[in-house]
Each structure stands twice: as C-alpha cells, then as structure tokens.
Design a protein around this ligand. Structure first.
Ligand code: DIG
Ligand code: MN
Ligand code: MN
Length: 391
C-alpha cells in the first residue's frame, strides 16, 4: 500500500482557491492570455483533483456581468454539481468592483453618486449569490478605490463614502439573515496610483468607525503588505490581537515589485515559516486562501503543480513550526531570552497608586540590564537550520 504523504493537504487547514486563481488564463498588462479559459465547473474539478477544501469567487468569475437569467441558472447548476462531485465548500464570496469600465474611477468612492449606488447594488447581488452557495465570509477589496492625483478626490470624503457603503451592506446582510462576516482587504496601489486604506492597519482603524464593527474584520494578503515594505507577520499579529483575522490571502512577493501573487512560500521562505507558525500557534480557524496564480509560462498541468505546491509548502512549514516549538535547544534559548520577573510584572500589570509609588522608587541597574546576553544569532541559526532541513 502506498505510504501516506505526510504533506498531503489536510482538510482541517481549509485550503481554498479563488476561481480567478487557478482559472487565470495568464493575461498581464503587457500580454494576451496564454492558457485557454476554463469554466467554473472545470476549475472545481481541478481543485477537487489537487485536494483543495474549497473554492471562492467574485460574482463575475462565476456569472459574467452580461449573462441572461437562463445562462446564470445553467452556470449555477453546473457549478453546484461540480462542487458536490468534488466535495468542495464555498467559504467566501466577493464582488468584482474593479474590472468593468463603470468602476474606472472607483466604486464606493466614485465621484458619481449613481456609480456608488450601482456598486452597492452589485455587492448586494454578489452577497445574494454567495449566500446561495453557503459563503459566510464576504471579502471587500477596493482595487479601484483611490486616485492618481489628489486633485480628483477628497481623501476624507472618500473614507466617508466607503463607510456609508459598508454600514448599508452590514444592515443588508442582517436584514437578509445571511450571517456574513465582512473581511476588508488592503492594498497600497495597483491598479490605482494610490489606494485608500492602503494597509491592514488602516483597515483595523477604519473598522472601529463603522456602525457594526463586530461583523467586520480583515483579509490581509502577503503580497499587498510586502508591496508596502511591511512585515506581513506583524500585520497579521495585529489583526489576531484585535480578533479581526476573519480571512487571509496567502501568496508570495518580492519586495518593491508590482503585485506578483506568487505560489505560497516560493520567495520568502523565512517569512512564510513565521507566518505559518503564527497562524498555527494562534489556532487560526479560518480559510487558508491562496490568492495566487501560476507563472504565465505554465500550462494547465503546471497550474495543478502550482496549486499543489501552495498547499504542500504550507503543510511542510506547519510540520517545521511544530518541530521548532518542540526543539529543546531552541526552546531553551527562547526561555533564556525572555526574562520574567514576578515583582515588576505585578507592579505594571494594573495601575494602583501603591504600584506607581513602588515603581517610581524602584532602583534599576541599567548597566547590568544592558549586559544581559541575547544569543539571537545562535537562535536564528538554529531556526535557519530547521527551515533548511538540516535540523
Ligand atoms: C486581490 O488580491 C483581491 C481580489 O482578487 C479579491 O477581491 C480578493 C479576494 O481574495 N483579493
Ligand atoms: Mn494580490
Ligand atoms: Mn487578495
């Protein structure tokens, strides 16, 4: 009997791909498609074959914007059968508010009130469609919500317009009893010169200003925070700390480049290792969604290798993170560098006048504190040994 692959995709990881990812025909700003377009049901068959848990979609990935009601019904019927045949879930849905020319200057932040209203209507209908397939997370990526010149849009008014749309759509989800949780996805630029709410930190602040902040979280993407030169693990940590990591877009990205959406872990293996460690240590129980696509040079067979590679790398890094947590030498160093002190800890945990008076009068030997050893090189090399497979 064939030995079970220890790094085969585990359904408990809830690995998902968007229709637009493995279905990407390979068009880019400088070239035409290089792969035949495949239908949603064919994409579902591909994801079933590689062992994904689920599939997500933008409204128009599934049903084109000009489809007739009969065409839409046929597509949904075929797709629903393919989901059943492949045992795939639909955890997330979202709206394409960036492809059609009507959104050339934004959707929720358009300077045209009718375009803003149409964008909200299109999102309502996208939410209806997602709910038909059982989606409980609704992602908002405002790819066109921005400007090239600040002469064209008031940045404060643009945030207010976004808030009006989000408040309305939260109410719509509640009125329809869809039970959605909204996940806001940041990106600093591309396709706009500057996109509002550029990074996950902006989104966390923005959520606090909404009428129903409890049903709104974030969907951070590796490539997008890297485009902003940020440490993605730290952005995800902030979302986890705020209880707002409702979804996550996994991929990879060279720093200082356009949005490359590479296979997960294929560029920054160390960052990917600490991201997987953070997600697993924190018992993240959402989808691990690969918002990525294969190289433009790949054919459909290689697209399957891309999808398998995303999940396999995650599983390998998960096993390495478990070994890091069990490694005696590593854990001994982690214990050594974290110096606990009960006396000072109780003083600063809660403010009281007594604690303040005691802390105020405490004598610290800062020269002795400064000489405390921090064997970070040793710890990081042990980590690199483990990541490189020699430990
Ligand atoms: C791009 O990173 C965006 C769109 O693909 C989509 O709206 C969202 C969902 O993951 N990510
Ligand atoms: Mn991206
Ligand atoms: Mn994304």
């Amino acid at each position: 009997m064939a030995r079970k692959d220890p790094f085969a995709p585990d359904p408990k990881m809830r690995f998902t791909f968007g229709l637009w990812t493995v279905g990407n025909p390979g068009r880019d700003p400088f070239g035409e498609p290089v792969r035949d377009r495949i239908e949603p049901w064919q994409i579902a068959d591909l994801l079933g074959e590689v062992g994904a848990y689920g599939v997500n979609f933008h409204d128009n990935d599934l049903i084109s914007i000009d489809a007739t009601p009969n065409q839409a019904a046929d597509i949904k019927r075929q797709f629903r059968k393919a989901l059943r045949d492949n045992g795939l879930k639909v955890p997330m849905a979202t709206t394409n508010l960036f492809s059609d020319p009507v959104f050339k200057d934004g959707a929720f932040t358009s300077n045209d009130a009718k375009v803003r209203a149409y964008a909200i209507q299109k999102t309502m209908r996208g939410m209806d469609l997602g709910a038909e397939f059982g989606a409980k997370i609704y992602v908002f990526w405002g790819g066109r919500e921005g400007s090239e010149s600040d002469a064209t849009k008031d940045p404060v008014e643009s945030i207010k317009r976004t808030r009006e749309a989000m408040n309305f759509l939260c109410e719509y989800s509640m009125s329809q009893k869809y039970g959605y949780r909204f996940a806001l996805e940041a990106k600093p630029n591309e396709p706009r010169g500057h996109i509002f709410n550029a990074v996950t930190g902006n989104m966390l602040a923005f959520i606090a200003t909404l009428d129903h902040p409890g049903m709104v979280g974030v969907n951070p993407e590796v490539a997008h925070e890297h485009m902003a030169g940020l440490n993605f693990v730290h952005q995800v940590a902030a979302a986890l700390d705020a209880g707002k990591l409702f979804h996550i877009d996994l991929n990879d990205q060279e720093f200082g480049r356009y949005d490359q959406d590479f296979r997960f872990g294929s560029v920054n293996l160390k960052h990917a290792f600490f991201l997987v460690k953070l997600l697993e240590d924190s018992r993240y129980n959402g989808s691990r969604h690969f918002d990525a696509h294969a190289y433009r040079q790949s054919n459909h067979a290689d697209v399957k290798a891309f999808a398998r590679g995303c999940m396999r790398t995650y599983m390998i890094l998960k096993e390495k993170a478990e070994r890091w947590n069990r490694d005696r030498s590593i854990q001994s160093l982690v214990h050594q560098i974290n110096r606990h002190d009960r006396a000072t800890a109780t003083l600063t945990r809660n403010f009281t006048k007594t604690n303040a008076r005691k802390l105020h009068s405490t004598v610290f030997d800062r020269r002795k504190l400064a000489r405390q050893p921090l064997p970070y090189e040793k710890l990081d090399q042990l980590t690199m040994d483990l990541i490189m497979g020699v430990r």
